[in-house]
Design a protein around this ligand. Structure first.
Ligand code: SF4
Ligand code: SF4
Length: 167
């Protein structure tokens, strides 16, 4: 069960989707240094407050991409061969990329802990990508993340307020 406050953020995010999309599209034309400075600041502030264990919405709704090094590492951790691990847990999508083959994730425990946390896919470790330089160019991915991840929505909103409302 998701914390009701986080659900409220996601509801708000859905309502503001068009405005958020417009804002995200404007980032590439803004001063990159300032955008990244405000982005990293907002990321740190929001993730100081957000408790991912009271959410886990990414793990419940969005299968992470996995690459060969993820498969090898997790398979070793679980005592499986990479081939057996892939057969059980991985699928290839239409773009030829690999991801886990089920949501909620196979490795998500009832209390929202990740059973393979130490060796989780790189994509899980980096999610929701709000402390990465490429953020300014990933409009559609960022928009999708604001609809899944309450933290991504809060970070984007803070960024929007600071870049468009403040001098
Ligand atoms: S591997 Fe862990 S962090 Fe990644 S989606 Fe599954 S439960 Fe979540
Ligand atoms: S990264 Fe976002 S969607 Fe995933 S658990 Fe944390 S707040 Fe929720």
């Amino acid at each position: 069960m998701m914390d009701p406050t986080y659900q409220k953020y996601l509801d708000e995010s859905r309502h503001k989707k068009t405005r958020t999309s417009e804002f995200l599209g404007q980032l590439k034309d803004m001063d990159k240094k300032r955008v990244l400075q405000e982005l990293y600041q907002a990321h740190n502030e929001v993730f100081k407050e957000v408790d991912c264990l009271a959410c886990a919405n990414c793990c419940k709704t969005s299968p992470p991409l996995v690459v060969k090094s993820d498969i090898n590492r997790i398979a070793r951790f679980l005592g499986l061969t990479p081939r057996e691990f892939t057969r059980r847990y991985v699928m290839e999508d239409v773009n030829g990329e690999w991801s886990f083959n089920a949501v909620p994730c196979w490795f998500l425990a009832d209390d929202n802990h990740c059973r393979i946390y130490e060796v989780r896919p790189e994509a899980c470790r980096r999610y929701p990508h709000t402390d990465e330089e490429d953020f300014v160019r990933r409009r559609s991915l960022n928009l999708a993340n604001t609809l899944i991840c309450p933290a991504a929505y809060r970070i984007t909103l803070l960024l929007q307020n600071r870049l468009t409302l403040l001098p």
